[in-house]
Design a protein around this ligand. Structure first.
Ligand code: NAD
Length: 367
């Protein structure tokens, strides 16, 4: 049953981490390491069942493989989930115990912050293993990735506008931004800085107020965001918001935002294609955060990070071209682009390079 699932999803390895004294129950999923070590965030969530935790970690780690491959990074896909309530179940022992499990994987999996985890939790993990990115700047880390994710999303938006209209001047278009959190607020700020018209919504009224008062965006209610007459829809909150219920309401020409897993299912991507709504695949658009942390291995450098983020424009453009060439929806074109790179690079892994002595010499050669 379990191996059948792994055969279907294509995972290499799944590690169940158990330390009852530390209250640790965690699952590390390593999806694919052909391109390099599996990198992906650590999530802590009170999953109702163990099956749901396993489903989540398998799905998220596969997306990381595709994201890294399309981004041109020498990284594979992985993810870790801790089964527990972040409000009540955190402890030093729990995170250090997990850090030791990660260390035992000898660099095959590298972790980072994700939902339910904050910087102080990562500091404990970091005490037990070097295989952590997104650590605080005082440790030579890259800090908050959100502004970079937003900057990368802008590159995806420009590529989409160029493909759809042949004009990528942001000031000529209107945008509906769902979610004004870490990434969403930055996205609104960067769009407004280019004098674009922006509609915004969030369940936190104060976040919307900030966008209105500080940035000059226009507030809309939570449900009305799907009906807004705007050129571009930018999901920047939850996944699954592009679905059979919302699609018939859309008057958008383009969907391009930072949220992970925007399509409820592949059929929703097919339906957008049928309706002529251009979908910029989420994992190609929101790779800025991953690109940013990947630079930590070589010694973090902000300018290099921004340069790398600008490649998102070309990556998204390439996906649109594949979709046009092969007459397929863009979500499928993105998957193909990722799979082709993994396949091609997998085939250059000979000859054997002999003994490679250093794994993390000053964090300069992780891959
Ligand atoms: P965040 O938690 O800071 O912001 C999410 C915002 O969405 C919050 O303000 C929340 O109130 C709001 N929200 C939740 N449900 C909503 C709803 N139904 N309608 C409107 N607003 C709602 O998270 P973030 O770091 O800004 O990430 C946003 C999205 O981008 C997530 O899907 C995340 O997985 C993805 N992402 C983030 C990064 C990053 O660098 N932070 C990188 C890649 C992908």
């Amino acid at each position: 049953m379990l191996f059948e699932k792994l055969a279907h999803s294509g995972h290499e390895e799944v590690v169940f981490c158990h330390n009852p004294d530390a209250g640790l129950r965690a699952i590390i999923a390593i999806h694919n390491t052909i391109l390099g070590p599996a990198l992906g965030g650590l999530r802590m969530w009170p999953y109702p069942t163990e099956e749901e935790a396993l489903e989540d970690v398998l799905r998220l780690s596969r997306t990381m493989t595709l994201k890294a491959a399309v981004a041109g990074l020498n990284l594979g896909g992985g993810k870790c989930v801790i089964l527990g309530d972040p409000a009540t179940d955190k402890s030093e022992a729990l995170f250090r115990s997990l850090g030791r499990f990660i260390e035992s994987l000898n660099g095959r999996y590298i972790t980072a912050e994700d939902v339910g985890i904050d910087v102080s939790d990562m500091e404990y993990v970091f005490q037990e293993t070097d295989n952590v990115v997104g650590v605080h700047q005082v440790h030579g880390g890259s800090g908050d990735p959100a502004p970079f994710t937003a900057y990368g999303t802008i590159q995806g938006i420009r590529a989409s506008l160029h493909h759809r209209f042949g004009n990528e001047n942001l000031a000529d278009y209107s945008f509906a931004v769902q979610g004004a959190g870490h990434v969403g607020f930055e996205l609104v700020r960067q769009l407004r800085a280019q004098e674009a018209k922006v509609f915004v919504t969030d369940i936190q009224e104060s976040s919307v107020d900030r966008c209105v008062e500080e940035l000059g965006a226009e507030a809309v209610s939570l449900d009305d965001i799907y009906d807004v007459e705007a050129d571009v829809f930018c999901p920047s909150a939850l996944g699954g918001v592009v679905n059979a219920d919302t699609i018939p309401r859309f008057r958008f020409k383009i969907i391009c935002g930072s949220a992970n897993n925007q399509l409820a299912d592949d059929e929703s991507g097919d339906e957008l294609n049928r309706r002529g709504i251009l979908y910029a695949p989420d994992y190609a658009v929101n790779a800025g955060g991953l690109m940013n942390v990947s630079i930590e291995f070589e010694g973090y450098n902000r300018e290099r990070a921004k340069r790398m983020m600008r490649t998102i424009y070309d990556n998204v453009g390439t996906i649109f071209e594949i979709a046009r060439r092969d007459s397929i929806p863009t979500w499928l074109a993105a998957n193909r682009l990722a799979e082709q790179r993994i396949d091609a690079i997998g085939k250059i892994k000979m000859p054997y390079l002999g003994h490679q002595p250093h794994r993390f010499p000053g964090r300069k050669r992780a891959y």
